[in-house]
Write a protein that binds this ligand. Sequence first.
Ligand code: FAD
Length: 475
Amino acid sequence: MSKQFDLVVIGAGPGGYIAAIRAAQLGMSVACIDAWQNGQGGPAPGGTCTNVGCIPSKALLQSSEHYEQANHHFAEHGIEVKGVSLKLDTLIGRKNSVVKQNNDGILYLFKKNKVTFFHGKGSFVGQTEGGWSIKVTGTAEEDLVAKHVVIATGSSARELPGLPFDEKQVLSNDGALSIGAVPKKLGVIGAGVIGLEMGSVWRRLGAEVTVLESMPEFLAAADQQVAKEALKAFTKQGLDIQLGVKIGEIKATAKQVTVPYTDAAGAEQKLVVDKLIVSIGRVPYTGGLNADAVGLKLDERGFIVVDDDCKTSLANVWAVGDVVRGPMLAHKAEEEGVAVAERIAGQHGHVNFATVPWVIYTSPEIAWVGQTEQQLKKDGREYKAGSFPFLANGRARALGDTTGFVKILADAKTDEVLGVHIVGPMASELISEAVTIMEFRGAAEDIARICHAHPTLSEAVKEAALAVDKRALNF
Ligand code: FAD
């Protein structure tokens, strides 16, 4: 006998579990199916983000930053620490327990909101009178019928052709988060968000890290002034970042990985490393959904085709998060999850793609929202720019972390904020103010006239806004 639900969500990553909770809040009967298994074969809801993405990477970034501070920066504060040593098992164990707390938190939230959770793989069987027939296989074996279905099956790491991940020598994000001993030499292919974050973690823990990037520009999607400042800081820290390279045929043995490449100057080079992280992007994941059989339309790159409202080609079937177009970010997936649940309930859920913030959690952190200076120039839009360096911010000096700046771009006539770009301490937190202002279509003058607590890093945002009108007070 099939179990009947108003909504069945397939996938409990940030897109899926949030959609399930919001739908339950709106009074629907909801089931959520997720296949992820923890080390003991039990359920581990939270998807890529919780298990091998946002959360574990930030746990490792935090631990490795403490290690770096103890080794290199405590002395500036007059704190002498002798014999700093690293217990990698404990560090990885802590990361695993942070992940587990998040898995357990989601199971608790499902209970609290009366979302029925099934641990297993969900696949389409077909349509029945009551709606879509969905089969669960795995730990749970169930037949479900749903009036609406949300697909939130996420993405997986892209492999280099002919070089499958073995998670021992050739690592995806999964293996990169669980290396058993600090490698002496680590190679990273791809200087994107994941490559830079993982490269930073292992460099801080003692690896000699080389990052190879095929694009000639560093962080091409970021404001180029910010990218330049970040590249300078990373290079100073010891990350060897090589741009504009052409990778040859990679050879991996049980002990080492050899990466032949042509550098930007056209010279043949060879990188020999103990381990290689391949972070060249992610591909949408629809395996096991039985999508073909029910005629679910995918595009040529494998993304589920959706309209602006996240409706798929099938009636009452929606898709959100990494498996559809748009930035592969957890908060974008969450916003889509909420919007879809509200649309199913007859409300008018909305996601504003123009104000989705981007963050790279390196040190310095990089965060931005809206348009870059190069985009505005390309569009021929007239704009004003104001910047403020953290070097002139009292709190940053007290923290001993003065790298970087805040830059605000505003329309030349209306003063509306068009983009905010931050490289420096706590950029990930500071960007929220910019997102809020832009969501309200506020002006640089609005930020400039808001009282900001002193001494805070957020004063650098206010000062950058003042600088748009050439009246910064502290620089
Ligand atoms: P996912 O999180 O991938 O979840 C999909 C879930 O569906 C998985 O649990 C999967 O097992 C399950 N599933 C798939 N098929 C089925 C099926 N047929 N039946 C049942 N279950 C199924 N984003 C940020 O915003 N900030 C960050 O700091 C950040 N850091 C990252 C760091 C790394 C190393 C990586 C790899 C990614 C990071 N991301 C970050 C990206 C973020 O993880 C993704 O954008 C986000 O997880 C997408 O959410 P989702 O719900 O679409 O899919």
